[in-house]
Write a protein that binds this ligand. Structure first.
Ligand code: PLP
Length: 448
């Protein structure tokens, strides 16, 4: 079996037969010719393999789908135009009016908005647990629950979910576990191996890695027994009138979930990834293993540097031994914490603002996972309108800075942080450990 580094470079593409092109060709086409009326009908009936229309599938995008499915250990995938589109499809593929999903509270801000406001208006309730612990999730599951949801590493909370325990809880109630693996990437963690059923990514972040291209993907583990739970999930086992009576478990077997996601969600609402974007993302994925290795190494150095710095009050990074998630980091990430971390400048909001303005190498923006080092000061940007009370409830401390540590030389990264900290003129007033904060992460750090 190939290792992840090799899969990231080779999986899903064999030398193209007509031209022998070694690089994945960009099939910038909308449609594909039928040999005859019968051939067209057979394609539409899914009786023969092939392409019909790029809103449904495309050969360049198909390479990306096969490659990410292989990286995650899934059986099939559907690539879409953004991480948010992937999340919306992953949930709407298995929910109906009157049903619910149960989610951990530590979410990327826009995902929280999607769940709490958009789904609610569509008649789907999102139940947020008090914490990411399995018992907090379990007590919210009932007959109407269609999925349990978590981010393997929460953005920006940095919490690490006990994926194995969450999968056990979900499965004991006949419900699948859907995991957003954007921050971890399959290089650090493969949730399907720990029992998750579906994995979602924003490919815009570490997977693409260059901050040039939006994209998202839904990966089907192919293990959830939809047929066995046909009363809870009738959409996979009953004839679909929107697709001339298709029964997805019969047509697609173990890939029923992703088959329906493509045939219904993508075909009818069309959040399509362009073939050029698929190519760009494939370019990035070729180096993801190497980049993540350096991201992890640099972030650990940054966390230790900040912790020792007199102008820093607190640091939240699971790679620090006294972090509440350190044990889960050892179990799931093999001691390799992600390059996302939050910290507080001594001196509060004003000092945080001065630090942020003094950054030189770090880019001030709302994005993560770029090769470049990135910084966000939520209280003065994305959360500027919130009162002190609202910020606290959302888990955003006024002075909190979120860093996505890049892959520049570590000395240059530390030098930039050091000169920006010097500019705050803040004295040390620190609490070394960060307490576990269930609400942390509800905050919208990335409402871009
Ligand atoms: N999931 C996580 C964990 C994210 O951090 C983001 C964006 O920051 C998304 C999903 C949304 O991805 P996109 O911006 O590609 O829509």
């Amino acid at each position: 079996m190939m290792r992840t580094e090799t899969i990231a470079i080779h999986s899903g593409y064999d030398i193209e037969e007509t031209t022998k092109a070694v690089a994945v060709p960009i099939y910038q086409t909308v449609a594909y010719a039928f040999d005859s009326a019968e051939h067209g009908a057979a394609l539409f009936n899914l009786e023969v393999d092939g392409f019909r229309y790029t809103r449904i599938s495309n050969p360049t995008t198909a390479v990306l789908e096969r490659r990410v499915a292989a990286l995650e250990g899934g059986i099939e995938a559907l690539a879409v135009s953004s991480g948010q589109a992937a999340l919306a499809y992953a949930i709407s593929n298995l929910t109906d009016v009157g049903t619910n999903i149960v989610s951990v509270p530590q979410l990327y801000g826009t995902t929280h908005t999607l769940f709490a406001h958009v789904l609610r208006r569509q008649g789907v309730e999102a139940r947020f647990s008090q914490s990411d612990r399995p018992d907090a999730i379990e007590c919210l599951i009932d007959d109407g629950t269609r999925a349990v949801f978590c981010e393997s590493i929460g953005n920006p909370a940095g919490n690490i979910c006990d994926v194995e325990a969450l999968a056990l809880v979900a499965h004991s109630h006949g419900v699948p576990l859907i995991v957003d693996n954007t921050v971890a990437t399959p290089i650090l963690l493969r949730p399907l191996e720990w029992g998750a059923d579906v994995v979602v990514h924003s490919l815009t972040k570490f997977m693409g890695g260059h901050g040039t291209t939006m994209g998202g993907i839904v990966v089907d583990g192919g293990t959830f027994p939809w047929k066995q739970h046909c009363r809870r999930f009738p959409m996979f086992s009953e004839p679909d009138p929107s697709y001339h009576g298709m029964i997805y478990v019969d047509q697609f077997g173990p890939a029923a979930y992703i088959g329906r996601c493509r045939s219904v969600c993508q075909r009818t609402t069309g959040a399509v990834l362009s073939p050029l974007s698929a190519f760009m993302l494939l370019q990035g994925i070729e180096t993801v293993a190497l980049r993540v290795e350096r991201h992890v190494e640099n972030a650990q150095r940054v966390a230790e540097f900040l912790r020792a710095h007199p102008s820093v009050a607190w640091v939240n990074h699971a790679g620090l031994r006294d972090n509440p998630y350190h044990a889960l980091e050892c179990k799931y990430l093999g001691g390799r914490s992600s390059s996302l971390l939050t910290f507080g400048v001594a001196g509060g909001f004003e000092a945080g603002r001065r630090f942020y303005n003094a950054l030189g190498l770090f880019r001030r923006l709302v994005n993560i996972g770029d090769a470049k080092s990135l910084a966000c000061h939520p209280a003065s940007t994305t959360h500027r309108q919130m009162s002190a009370e609202e910020l606290e409830k959302a888990g955003v401390r006024p002075e909190a800075i979120r860093l996505s540590v890049g892959i520049e030389h570590i000395d240059d990264i530390l030098a930039d942080l050091d000169q920006a900290l010097a500019a705050t003129g803040a004295a040390r007033k620190r609490s070394r450990s960060v307490e576990r904060q269930p609400a942390m992460g509800l905050a919208d750090y990335g409402q871009s």
